[in-house]
Design a protein around this ligand. Structure first.
Ligand code: ZN
Ligand code: ZN
Length: 242
């Protein structure tokens, strides 16, 4: 599996918002600003699917740019784009389209559905995309329903986990224990009820030492802490091959 780390941070910092590209054709979260970066890495008309973890702006608000481009210019595609996300994903996309003045013609559900299939995710859902068997896990992130995922490459058996935004929870442990590599929220220095912070993050590193854990969605302070404490920290633009 090739993972392109488009961003490593969250709303308030210079580094990009956290998102990933898997094997050049699966996009994992489309935060505000991500489209302009992602088009530097891949041909967006070759995207097979987009996975949206939750409806916070630093995770999904560029989604309408991908779908509008594919609707307008992706006529040669053999398959529709598939967008996975929490319940209500289609309506959220239509709301974004309405805010995007140049998308007037493509606003309606009927138009969008010509180019895109929407799949609502639930806790424990399993599905296949390309060479991966993917499982979803409901995370602990306050009001917006939020999902983490594991990707199991069927041929090699390698499993890569993505926590998205979450406080410590049993499903986060499940993702990590079943993954060889895991990208995990490390947003906060202090105790937080919606994000990971120092003590539980360091406990994960101790308890699951067989899993290579990468802190992502980091504040600048957390990134500094990760660097100083020898965590497997990442920078925007890193490309990992598992
Ligand atoms: Zn969030
Ligand atoms: Zn976030």
């Amino acid at each position: 599996m090739k993972v392109t780390v488009v961003g490593t941070s969250c709303t308030w910092f210079k580094r990009n918002n956290t998102s990933f590209i898997i094997d050049d054709d699966i996009v994992f979260d489309t935060p505000d600003g991500a489209y302009k970066d992602i088009i530097n890495y891949i041909d967006i008309f070759k995207i097979r699917c987009i996975i949206i973890t939750h409806f916070h702006t630093d995770h999904f608000t560029d989604l309408h740019i991908f779908t509008t481009q594919i609707l307008r210019h992706g006529k040669d595609r053999k398959e529709k784009l598939r967008v996975y996300g929490p319940k209500g994903i289609l309506d959220k996309l239509i709301e974004l389209n309405k805010l995007h003045v140049n998308a007037d013609d493509e606003c309606s559900k009927e138009e969008v559905l010509k180019a895109v299939d929407f799949i609502e995710v639930y806790d424990g859902m399993e599905f296949d995309e390309g060479k991966y068997h993917i499982k979803s896990f409901k995370m602990e992130h306050g009001k917006p329903e939020t999902f983490g995922f594991t990707f199991c490459e069927r041929d090699s058996g390698v499993v890569v986990g993505f926590s998205s935004d979450t406080a410590p929870c049993e499903n986060l442990n499940k993702i990590i224990v079943s993954s060889n590599y895991a990208f995990v929220d490390f947003a906060s220095m202090k105790k937080h009820d919606k994000h990971m912070f120092i003590e539980p993050f360091e406990k994960l590193l101790r308890d699951y030492s067989k899993t290579k854990i990468y802190p992502v969605h980091t504040s600048d302070e957390n990134q500094k802490y990760a660097i100083e404490h020898g965590f497997n920290y990442l920078n925007d633009g890193d490309i990992l091959n598992f």
